[in-house]
Design a binder for this molecule. Structure first.
Ligand SMILES: N[C@@H](CCC(=O)N[C@@H](CS)C(=O)NCC(=O)O)C(=O)O
Length: 209
């Protein structure tokens, strides 16, 4: 049995979508970041920096959402991943692109437009948003191009890279960054959203506790 520790944000969503798509049995444990439960001693044992998501499996704790998605796939017959090193590298690369580049800039929208006004008692910083928009204008066309020529981000089969990327792009639902200019990406996004597993994951993560 797997336990996923999460909160109602996009990082835990990556992992819960992966678990739902894999069809595995798991328990979801809400950690209330607003109440700083993530800094409680028991959570510091799960994650050195007191963050979510964390996966617990057979008494071990795994953190970092990309590592968790890979672990879930690897312990379930490499479904949504690949036994072929080249294809696995393509999937890894796309997830790195999301974590290091595109996701980084999407996170600025999440932080400035959602977190700052709600929790930091300040308005969004327009300079930060402008910088993020500049980078996203350059980088989102890459994703659009990928799904213009193949059904999924890494080829003919859905992968953990799709689960991972979709979770980041949910930031566009609640902020001013828009997928409208990217017709192929927008279509892929709607296809992902319509999947029953993705719907269950969003319900679980965004409707918790
Ligand atoms: N790189 C980490 C990021 C995890 C992360 O920043 N999680 C946020 C929630 S989306 C968190 O736990 N924040 C609490 C804090 O930093 O105090 C991952 O991909 O798992």
């Amino acid at each position: 049995m797997y336990t996923i520790y999460g909160y109602s944000t996009f990082n835990p969503l990556k992992v819960v979508i992966t678990a739902e798509e894999l069809g595995i049995d798991y328990r979801y444990q809400f950690v209330d970041l607003a109440k700083r439960e993530n800094f409680a001693p028991e959570h510091k044992l799960r994650h050195p920096f007191g963050k979510v998501p964390v996966l617990e499996h057979n008494g071990d704790f795994i953190y970092e959402s990309a590592a968790i998605c890979r672990y879930l796939a690897n312990t379930n017959g490499k479904k949504l991943y690949s036994a072929d090193p080249l294809q696995a590298a393509r999937i890894d690369a796309l997830m790195d692109v999301m974590s290091i580049h595109i996701g980084r800039w999407l996170s600025v929208y999440f932080w400035e437009e959602l977190i700052a006004p709600k929790f930091l008692d300040r308005v969004a910083n327009p300079d930060a948003l402008e910088e993020a928009k500049g980078w996203l204008d350059k980088q989102l066309p890459y994703l659009d191009d990928l799904v213009s020529k193949q059904p999924w981000l890494c080829g003919t089969d859905m992968s953990i890279a799709d689960c991972f990327t979709f979770a980041y792009l949910t930031i566009s639902d609640d902020t001013s960054i828009s997928l409208d200019p990217y017709a192929n990406l927008y279509k892929w996004y709607q296809t992902m959203r319509a999947r029953p597993a993705v719907g269950r994951a969003m319900q679980r993560v965004f409707a918790s506790p």
